[in-house]
Design a protein around this ligand. Structure first.
Ligand code: UDP
Ligand code: MN
Length: 224
């Protein structure tokens, strides 16, 4: 493990009961927060794709709210759940989440966030980026099935945790709706942004460090 493998602030790996209300003082109905002592120029929307991972969702929320509050951000978290047992389609969930999100409020940028990734460095800014930003450059995997900790650079060009402005998302025409099962909608987004004229920026490996929560792997889409 590298020195950056351990968070420099307390992580809480217990899972909150997601049906309970008022767990985090200051978070308003709908997962909306704004700092009491300042006004933000930008409001950040955070979209989390979800199905059947209640334990991880509770751990995610238990850590991401305090993390975002410490950055004094104005944000709202949207957990977008896929119904039924069909193949998971993250791109569709992201697009649907985006369409719902803009009905709630005016946002300046959006972060698409896997719920099994916890930021480990407070220098990972969840504010609005100038260019599309790949945030999880490096992950610490605690996968218990493999019985040891490994760290590696994130496998995808533009997956896991990414942020972009509303304008960038719309000019890229959102995610593809066509990737069912595990994989590739994130790389597709990289090329959509590229085609729209936007390069992607990425945190340095020593900064964009995330912890992966253990979970079972979805069957990979053979056509990805
Ligand atoms: N996800 C989920 N339930 C599933 C599959 C995926 O909630 O059955 C969501 C969850 O937010 C997860 C993300 O989709 O973090 C990415 O899926 P997964 O972690 O399986 O893919 P990986 O990035 O690990 O290959
Ligand atoms: Mn994962």
């Amino acid at each position: 493990m590298t020195g950056s493998a351990v968070a420099k602030f307390p992580l809480n790996l217990t899972s909150v009961n997601i049906s309970q209300e008022n767990i985090f003082p200051g978070v308003l109905k709908g997962g909306f927060y704004h700092p009491p002592t300042c006004r933000n120029r930008f409001r950040v929307g955070i979209i989390v794709p979800y199905r059947n991972r209640e334990q991880n969702l509770g751990i995610f929320l238990n850590n991401i709210h305090p993390f975002l509050m410490r950055q004094k951000l104005e944000y709202q978290i949207f957990v977008i759940e896929q119904n039924g047992n069909g193949p998971f389609n993250k791109g569709r969930l992201f697009n649907a989440g985006y369409k719902e999100m803009i009905k709630f409020n005016k946002f300046f940028c959006v972060i698409f966030h896997d719920l099994d990734l916890l930021p480990l460095d407070e220098n990972i800014m969840y504010n609005c980026p100038t260019l599309p930003r790949h945030m999880c450059a490096h992950v610490n995997d605690t996968d218990i099935r493999r019985k040891f900790n490994i760290t590696y650079s994130y496998k995808s060009l533009f997956g896991g945790v990414v942020s972009m402005t509303m304008e960038q998302f719309e000019r890229a025409n959102g995610f593809s709706n066509l990737y069912f099962g595990w994989g590739a909608e994130d790389n597709d987004m990289f090329w959509r942004l590229h085609a729209a004229g936007y390069p992607v920026v990425r945190y340095q490996k020593t900064v964009g460090v995330y912890l992966v929560l253990p979970h079972k792997r979805e069957p990979a889409n053979p056509y990805r």
